[in-house]
Ligand binder design. Structure first.
Ligand code: MN
Ligand code: MN
Length: 469
């Protein structure tokens, strides 16, 4: 025994090397079986993506999944029982799933908060017009987009029209192979030399993002093409032009989520931000239903435009639900909040060697290196950030180690380059511990984004560990 220890004595350099931190990728850290499990898990995620291209569709898909796991609808005033599983559907655009654990809610609630809205092109309220042999729909883009990415690509229209008589009509055009698609025109390169010299953000302006919707006139009269479009919409959906006034219609990229890479290690799809966190937040909750903790999974709307409005994270609804949960056990809601912990489950920008100049590599997340913990977000001198405490980050590290979750620290890019935020600060202001944890994304906010399947699975595993420990 003594002899053996002597033989294993390390040189000072070897001993010091053990003190270093080195980021490892999931493939190094976890075995073949774990990678296979990640690929399997991604199949369910891809289906969720296809079912949930808008926040409304994500809420509907979330409720379907929740019901399959025994969740029942909650209305304020309903009794809440230990072991209960509930969902609260906020206006069809924001969903709360919550469970009452076996321990007192005075111990706090484990909250995972993701968002289910994604950047897209919304229709204006008076959208339809005809010009020079074509009919178009005027749009107003939603969220942070690089406008040049949304032209000359097939788009589908998703949303609802609410008629004055109260009837709500669901619209999906462009997703079936036989469906027509919509399209935003771009200028041909032959005539684009002036545009080519403009900054990228100025060549395509918001008012040029008009959706091409028809070119065949009903009769050879002015507005004959527009009339034909109205006739077709009326035939299919029973709507008229004024019904656009009370509609929410969104143009999104067409098509299904697809495997990317010959090794099928990635998924190319619209709206990873932030369904790539919303889905694992839900599945981690379903997997943790035997946890002693009370849990809440929030799928928020309006994050991409600042979390305002009554379906965004700045709405007091989360507090109302916590109040109701606290009251059901005669506990102070302030105490519940003080002891609650939250993961703001949102994506981060993965380092991209093609745009290395925008990143500081040591503190950027790398693809396939696991789920990203972002201690602080914000812009410039950390303005508008929830800067999670070292204590809370330390606690979370311990939990991830218990489950051997592969995770990494990440920051959104170079300090002076820009910045971004999440829902974290809207939750931490209620005296709840919050940190950002999510999946690294390539080409964030592009019509089609890229994520790694193994990162997605580590997100599921990390949220699950958070719910259980
Ligand atoms: Mn996001
Ligand atoms: Mn975003």
């Amino acid at each position: 025994m003594y002899e053996e220890e002597l033989n294993e004595e390390k040189t000072p350099a070897e001993a010091a090397r053990e003190l270093t931190y080195k980021k490892k990728n999931v493939y190094e850290r976890r075995g073949e079986d774990a990678v296979a499990a990640a690929y399997d898990y991604a199949v369910g995620y891809a289906k969720f993506l296809d079912d949930a291209k808008t926040e409304r569709e994500a809420v509907a898909a979330g409720i379907t999944l929740a019901k399959a796991h025994g969740f029942v609808p909650y209305r304020f005033g309903d009794a809440l029982a230990a072991g209960g599983r509930y969902y609260y559907d906020n206006r069809g655009k924001n969903l709360f799933l919550f469970t009452i654990g076996s321990e007192s809610v005075a111990e706090g609630i484990r909250i995972s908060a993701a968002h289910i809205d994604s950047p897209r092109i919304d229709l204006k309220q008076v959208p339809l017009y005809e010009e020079s042999g074509m009919a178009f729909l005027k749009t107003h883009y939603y969220g942070g987009i690089r406008k040049y990415q949304w032209v000359a690509t097939p788009l589908a229209l998703h949303g609802v029209v609410v008629r004055a008589d109260g009837e709500k009509i669901n619209v999906v055009i462009g997703e079936d192979d036989g469906d027509p698609v919509l399209y935003i025109n771009d200028l041909l390169p032959h005539l684009g030399h002036n545009d080519d010299r403009k900054p990228l953000g100025e060549a395509i302006v918001g008012e040029k993002l008009n959706l091409l919707i028809g070119s065949r006139p009903l009769e050879n009269e002015p507005d004959g093409i527009k009339l034909n479009v109205l006739r077709l919409l009326n035939e299919k959906y029973g709507i008229q032009e004024s019904d656009f006034l009370s509609a929410e219609l969104c143009a999104v990229p067409v098509g299904h989520a697809r495997d990317a890479g010959l090794d099928r290690s990635m998924i190319c799809a619209y709206g990873h931000d932030d369904r790539v966190c919303a889905y694992p937040a839900m599945t981690a909750m379903f997997e943790s239903l035997d946890s002693p903790h009370s849990m809440m999974c929030i799928l928020a709307d309006k994050e991409e435009v600042g979390s305002d409005g009554n379906t965004g994270m700045q709405c007091d609804l989360m507090l109302d639900l916590i109040d109701a949960i606290a009251a059901s056990q005669n506990v102070s809601p302030a105490l519940v909040r003080a002891n609650s912990k939250c993961l703001s489950a949102d994506v981060s920008a993965a380092f991209d060697p093609n745009f290395a100049e925008a990143f500081e590599k040591r503190n950027s997340s790398l693809l396939s290196c696991g789920v990203v913990l972002t201690k602080y977000t914000g812009a410039r001198g950390k303005s508008s950030t929830n800067d999670a405490s070292a204590e809370y980050v330390g606690w979370l590290r311990g939990i991830m180690e218990k489950d051997d979750v592969v995770w990494q620290a990440g920051e959104l890019g170079k300090v002076d380059f820009g910045g971004g935020g999440t829902v974290a600060k809207f939750i931490s202001k209620h005296n709840i511990e919050v940190v950002d944890l999510g999946v690294p994304v390539i080409s964030m906010h592009a019509p089609y984004e890229i994520i790694s399947k193994v990162d997605l699975y580590e997100a599921h595993r990390s949220f699950s560990a958070f719910n259980r420990y």
